[in-house]
Design a protein around this ligand. Structure first.
Ligand code: SAM
Length: 230
């Protein structure tokens, strides 16, 4: 250690942890938003029939996973999530469908930023539902850069997110809803992020082009389908 350097303890922020929330996640979602988050997640499923290898990022309790496995009988999936309890729920859901479904999924209990696929340019589908909002702008750009390094040419990327509606007075209502969601995730899952990052800009910067989008709940929910143009 050089003179003048101190041994001051570093403030390490513990990562988000959805383990305690996991068993109640689906029911809380339905109480709060009815069927609309599921509609947002499943919006582009009919366009994913040709996918062969999918990366599901922070897919939580695996409701999207189960639907994807059922709708696409050949897709192989890497499922990455920080929460062991969420992974248990997702694995249970896949197992309930039967071994032919469960065997097409590989679960990875880790931070997406520590994940590395078996081969580069691995995925023709990357899905991120209510996941990119867990990152601040800087971390988000790193995550999207990883997406672009893992995507095959012409890969599809689907994203669902909350959104602040641009025009008042809906803007103020949507902003209050988004803020209260961040506060709830801070209390229950230690999420430190406090505002929605600009993921469309980050996706565009890293070679993804918007192909289709859909809005629900008067624009509070945004589903988007992107194509990767390497
Ligand atoms: C808000 S939940 C969304 C879950 C699910 N995708 C959905 O549609 O409801 C965010 C999920 O992302 C996971 N997550 C958050 N940060 C992560 C990270 N850095 N790497 C991997 N998973 C992460 C959490 O454990 C949680 O399961």
């Amino acid at each position: 250690m050089n003179a003048g350097q101190s041994l001051a303890p570093q403030t390490l922020v513990p990562p988000m942890n959805c383990d305690a929330l996991a068993p109640f996640y689906s029911i809380l979602e339905h109480i709060s938003f009815g069927p609309f988050l599921e509609r947002a997640r499943f919006k582009f499923l009919p366009q994913l029939h040709d996918s062969r290898r999918a990366l599901l990022c922070g897919d939580g309790d695996g409701r999207f996973l189960a639907r994807l496995l059922q709708e696409n009988p050949t897709v192989e999936v890497d499922f990455v999530d920080l929460s062991g309890r969420m992974i248990e729920l997702a694995a249970g859901r896949a197992s309930n469908l039967g071994p032919a479904f469960r065997n097409r999924v590989c679960f990875h209990h880790c931070d997406i930023r520590d994940f590395s696929p078996a081969t580069p340019e691995s995925y023709d589908l990357i899905a991120a539902h209510f996941f990119l909002d867990c990152f601040g702008e800087t971390d988000l750009r790193s995550v999207i850069q990883l997406f672009s390094s893992w995507a095959t040419p012409n890969a599809q990327c689907i994203v669902s997110e909350f959104r602040e509606i641009p025009a008042p007075p809906a803007r103020y209502i949507s902003r209050a809803i988004v803020r209260s969601l961040y506060a709830a995730f801070r209390l229950t899952a230690n999420l430190r992020t406090t505002r929605l990052p600009d993921y469309p800009a980050a996706l565009q910067t890293h070679g993804f082009r918007l192909q289709q989008e859909s809005f629900l709940l008067h624009g509070l929910l945004h589903s988007s389908l992107w194509g990767f143009e390497a």
